[in-house]
Design a protein around this ligand. Structure first.
Ligand SMILES: [Cu+2]
Length: 480
């Protein structure tokens, strides 16, 4: 008991250091979770009250109170992560998952974080965005010795600011983050009524370069990643976000990739309510439909879910809403491949001509893929293939959440995409096919030169335009 008290006293004063055997004896038993579904929000059983977040396809790390200190135990280790059904990646993470579990605490809390290294190389943990004593910053070589394999270190500091933060190694950083070692660190306001929302979602943006058929990321990739993920999940593996009409929704986003991601929400206008530095004063917010989250940044967006429907929510870099593909795929639009296909199929029986009129056909094709490989574009909605992959999900807003109406909002938060079906559009509110003759003629710039009959492209010119573009009649009224 004496040893323990001495350790606890010392921990507050010293920089992060290797935990003694006595210290390890008091470290909380580490919690593990390997499942990739969304865990229910973890309501605190002790400590200050707060409204827990829902981590998309993730979970929050249970803690214990020890003489007023909130104690967590992270274990850095190799993990297996299902990126989406049909593909499992071998990554590095914490406590059984990549990303590691979300750490939730409250402004004013003193936290004690034990870190055990079960990776094959040394590591550290940097608490990204949190203001703390220099010795707790987790930069291997600069503020502490590296945590060698098998060692346990302890970090301890007081959280003096609420907001959305992250944790990740600051040791062999490029490799360890390319392998998926990272997590969210949420600090809730001391007053649970401050900044209260009905739904509080959180996820990290990450990216991997995993060859088709492989399961271990290439760790030397700088920019040319091929799997664009949220919480190490790609569409259709990313959980939907759910809200009831009128609810205030917060989505917290942290970016630990090597590039920026313009995150775009359909059907709603949001405000950036939180940045790296904390909360944005209400008077300083402006309306947005896309928020660019730069490398190393955190953003919390907020909006009232006032528009029922199944709304796309995705990164607006188009190649980030696709799964792994060869970058050397040539552009084939307009190329007639009919003659080539039989010849090539003699050599490559699985060969399919693709891309002559775009790539949409690929979403419907049953292409032969190597094992453990996701289709480039996938996911099915009520009207067919969604033709998406990567960083794409759906915000499902309903006036009433029928099948689950008896449950609490908290319980609804982790509902899956098919838990309550697709949005039924009210009559007359959906785009539909019509007879082209009913449409007004397309307006044309009167000063533009008349289109020539023979395109200059010669043999490789695109095939005839689709029928719908040929309805313009001479003398018809030109739109204005
Ligand atoms: Cu992106």
């Amino acid at each position: 008991m004496n040893t323990r008290r001495n350790f606890l006293a010392a921990a507050g004063l010293l920089a992060a250091g290797a935990a003694s055997r006595a210290a390890l004896a008091v470290a909380p038993e580490p919690h593990h979770r390997a499942a990739a579904d969304t865990a229910p929000p973890l309501h605190p059983g002790s400590g200050r009250p707060y409204n827990p977040v829902v981590t998309l396809n993730g979970w929050s790390l249970p803690f214990r109170m020890n003489n007023g200190v909130k104690e967590f135990h992270l274990v850095a280790e190799p993990v297996e992560r299902e990126i989406a059904p049909g593909m499992v990646a071998r990554l590095w993470g914490y406590n059984g998952s990549s990303p590691g579990p979300t750490i939730e605490a409250v402004e004013g809390d003193r936290v004690r974080l034990f870190v055990t290294n079960k990776l094959p190389e040394h590591t550290t943990v940097h608490w990204h965005g949190i203001l703390l004593p220099n010795g707790m910053d987790g930069v291997g070589g600069l503020t502490q010795p590296q945590i060698k394999p098998g060692q346990t270190y302890v970090y301890e500091f007081v959280l003096n600011k609420s907001g959305t933060f992250m944790y990740h190694p600051h040791a062999d950083e490029m490799v360890q983050m390319a392998m998926g070692a990272m997590g969210l660190f949420i600090v809730h306001p001391k007053n649970p009524r401050q900044m209260a929302v009905q739904r509080d979602y959180a996820f990290l943006i990450n990216a991997y370069d995993i060859d088709p058929g492989a399961s271990v990321p290439r760790v030397n990739t700088m920019l040319d990643f091929n799997l664009w993920t949220w919480n190490s999940r790609a569409f259709p593996g990313i959980a939907p976000l759910v809200a009831q009409t009128g609810e205030r929704v917060r989505i917290r986003i942290g970016n630990l990739t090597m590039t920026n991601h313009p995150i775009h929400l359909h059907g709603h206008v949001f405000e950036v309510a939180g940045t790296d530095g904390g909360w944005v004063p209400k008077t300083a917010r402006w309306p947005e439909v896309t928020v660019d989250v730069a490398v190393g940044q955190m953003r919390a967006i907020e909006f009232v879910a006032d528009n029922p429907g199944d709304w796309a929510f995705h990164c607006h870099k188009a190649h980030h809403t696709m799964n792994a593909m060869g970058h050397s795929v040539p552009t084939m639009i307009g190329v007639q491949q009919d003659d080539l296909t039989p010849a090539l199929q003699k050599l490559l029986p699985d060969y399919m001509a693709m891309g002559s009129s775009g790539m949409a056909e690929m979403a419907e094709m049953d292409m032969p893929l190597p094992d453990n490989t996701l289709p480039m574009m996938t996911g099915r909605g009520p009207y067919g293939a969604i033709e998406m992959g990567g960083m794409f999900s759906v915000l499902k807003v309903r006036d009433r959440l029928p099948e689950l109406a008896a449950q609490t909002p908290d319980q609804l938060a982790w509902a899956t995409l098919d838990a309550f079906g697709w949005y039924a559009m009210p009559a007359g509110t959906q785009a539909r096919a019509v007879d082209a003759a009913l449409a007004p003629a397309a307006a044309r710039d009167p000063h533009a030169p008349a289109p020539t009959s023979a395109p200059s492209g010669g043999a490789s010119a695109p095939a005839a335009a689709p029928q719908t573009l040929q309805v313009q009649k001479p003398g018809a009224h030109h739109g204005h």
